[in-house]
Design a protein around this ligand. Structure first.
Ligand code: DAH
Length: 350
């Protein structure tokens, strides 16, 4: 009997120091397990005289129940403590402001190109693609710029293999590809936005890689006024209804007549400022009426067909639209800088 009391006392004092489930399980095994101290005592019942068997048996049972209660009670205590700690740690303050999740956004150059694409698609144009690694034949020869022609010097070209394969220096070769596809039979109405390459020095207004938006329309009875109207629609869409376009005579081998397209300066509206170098105008594209030789070389009979073509400098347009003065900004991956685009875009929508 005394052993039973001792055992309970010992358990009571040991259990005070227990504070995790593993220790508690060890205690359970020590006292209540098959070979635990309480179970061991029960094996002694059979050796007792009859009258003691009863009292000892009942006392042993009580001890077992008490020990089980002690251990179960402690178990609950430990589990409650774990739960409370977890709740404490996971407490949510619903009044706190939410963490802002930064979201990505398309590059504004890409957005501008999409804007032009959408506009021209609504006018019945297809958006087409051409290879960036191009044949000399399409980049120059079939655009009426034969080998040795001085006009080639103006486009300082990256050659890849000999003199035949190059990085396209303009998107105009896509015009040739489209005319060849049309086989001299079908009208053409396409734009091709894409990358172009020149061995230019990288500075604020030049880059070895830049983007152009090429356009070509071939049909019957096309005149310069069609070109002017089309360009005017594009410019007004990008720069607002109050912007004006001006056509200056120019020279390209693949168009005749050729023009350069100026847009009234978005900043000073023609008065003159440092952005437009005090002229009130900013050049955004080369354009013209497709040269008969170019039509002929690609299988279109110039007596039957005529067309116009234009090539916008995409970065040029975006610089103007968003008031950016360094072309390299578009290819910058510094988020602090890129983020300012969003603001510029909001401003330009105002
Ligand atoms: N390809 C010319 C350039 O890179 C731009 C250009 C001028 C494109 C006249 C045209 C055009 O389609 O008709 O300088």
């Amino acid at each position: 009997m005394n052993d039973l009391k001792e055992i309970l006392k010992e358990l009571e004092s040991k259990i005070k120091d227990v504070n995790d489930i593993k220790q508690l399980n060890e205690l359970r095994v020590t006292y209540l397990g098959k070979k635990g101290s309480i179970s061991m005592l029960s094996s002694k019942i059979k050796d007792l005289p009859l009258e003691e068997k009863k009292t000892f048996g009942s006392e042993l049972n009580k001890t077992k129940v008490k020990a089980t209660e002690l251990i179960d009670g402690k178990k609950k205590e430990i589990e409650d403590a774990i739960l409370n700690k977890k709740l404490e740690n996971e407490k949510i303050d619903v009044t706190l402001p939410a963490t802002k999740i930064p979201s990505g956004a398309p590059n504004i150059l890409e957005k501008l190109i999409e804007e032009v694409e959408e506009l021209l698609m609504s006018m019945g144009y297809d958006v087409v693609d051409g290879p960036e690694i191009e044949l000399d034949k399409y980049n120059f020869e079939m655009l009426n710029i034969p080998k040795g022609h001085p006009a080639r010097d103006a486009q300082d070209t990256f050659y890849i293999e000999g003199e035949e394969i190059l990085m396209r220096s303009q998107t105009s070769p896509v015009q040739v590809r489209m005319m060849l596809k049309g086989e001299g039979k079908t009208p053409i109405r396409v734009i091709c936005p894409g990358k172009t390459y020149r061995r230019d020095d990288d500075d604020a207004t030049h880059s070895h890689q830049f983007m152009q938006i090429e356009g070509l329309l071939v049909d019957k009875d096309i005149s310069l006024s069609d070109l002017k109207g089309t360009i005017d629609v594009i410019v007004k869409k990008l720069f607002g209804q109050n912007s004006e376009t001006r056509f200056r005579p120019s020279y390209y081998q693949f168009t005749e007549p050729s023009v350069e397209v100026d847009v009234s300066c978005f900043n000073c509206h023609g008065k003159g400022c440092n952005i437009c170098k005090n002229t009130g105008w900013i050049t955004v594209a080369g354009a013209g009426i497709v040269h008969p030789n170019v039509l002929k070389m690609s299988g279109y009979d110039p007596k039957e067909w005529s067309g116009f073509a234009f090539g916008f400098g995409a970065e040029r347009l975006a610089m103007l639209k968003y008031g950016i003065n360094d072309l390299r900004t578009f290819y910058n991956t510094d988020l602090r800088e890129v983020k300012t685009f969003d603001r510029k875009e909001e401003d330009s929508n105002d």
